[in-house]
Ligand binder design. Structure first.
Ligand code: 5RP
Length: 217
């Protein structure tokens, strides 16, 4: 199977987790795009979705799924999203698509975080994928210098503005042995909006598209 076929397969498997759920939290990315296409087949069974990005919002609307405001719906039963890396502890790096802030908010506000990935995303130690950090624009260089002190090599994601009108730096060469601790340290750098470590609130279930099957962790 191609990587995209694996993404499609794992997206289909996520439908199992939305049975009896009226409002679904929906992430961002190419794996989630497949999930939205499947979710559309069940749109009459759900009230709507809470979206993690303008891109996801556009797709949800296109397939006829109402997009709801998180503030109006309270705690969500389930959030479905992809990841750039995921460990056996269900810690993740996210934000390759730049939607990390809204993704982290919805993940925090959800009872169950279902991570859907193809097998290429599974790692033992996070950090081979550059860690995205959303920053207030005027803090970009300052945060980058602080990340150098932490051993990383920050690269400005040029010509990219987040849905929240901020900027992203991608930090290379971090060998992240304690993701919970590093998530807290980066959160404490002034000017950081969100970092792409999803470890304090890890996934509850990871579905991995592998070979011809979907493995549930
Ligand atoms: C977007 C994300 C995505 O979940 C992550 O980049 C994985 O994307 P894809 O499903 O396209 O591989 O965090 O901000």
């Amino acid at each position: 199977m191609t990587q995209d076929e694996l993404k499609q397969k794992v997206a289909h498997a996520a439908l199992h987790y939305i049975k009896d759920v009226s409002i679904v939290g929906v992430g961002t990315g190419s794996t989630v795009r497949h999930f939205i296409d499947y979710l559309a087949e069940f749109k009459s069974d759900i009230e709507g979705a809470v979206s993690s990005s303008e891109m996801t919002t556009a797709h949800l609307k296109k397939v006829g799924i109402p997009v709801l405001d998180l503030n109006a719906v309270g705690t969500l039963d389930v959030y479905i999203d992809g990841a750039d890396e995921v460990t056996p502890h269900k810690h993740m790096i996210k934000g390759g698509g730049g939607a990390l802030t809204r993704e982290k908010i919805i993940g925090a506000a959800s009872k169950k975080f279902i991570c859907i990935v193809d097998e290429t995303k599974c790692v033992d130690v996070l950090g081979a994928f550059p860690l995205p950090i959303e920053v207030i624009p005027m803090a970009r260089s300052y945060v980058a210098r602080e990340m150098v002190k932490l051993g990383g090599q920050p690269v400005w994601r040029e010509n990219f503005i987040t849905d929240n009108h901020n900027e992203i730096i991608d930090v290379h060469n971090l060998n992240i042995l304690d993701p919970i601790e590093l998530e807290k340290i980066i959160n404490n750098i002034t000017g950081v909006v969100t970092n792409g470590l999803f470890a304090m609130r890890a996934a509850d279930v990871v579905l991995v598209g592998s070979g011809t099957e979907v493995i549930t962790r």
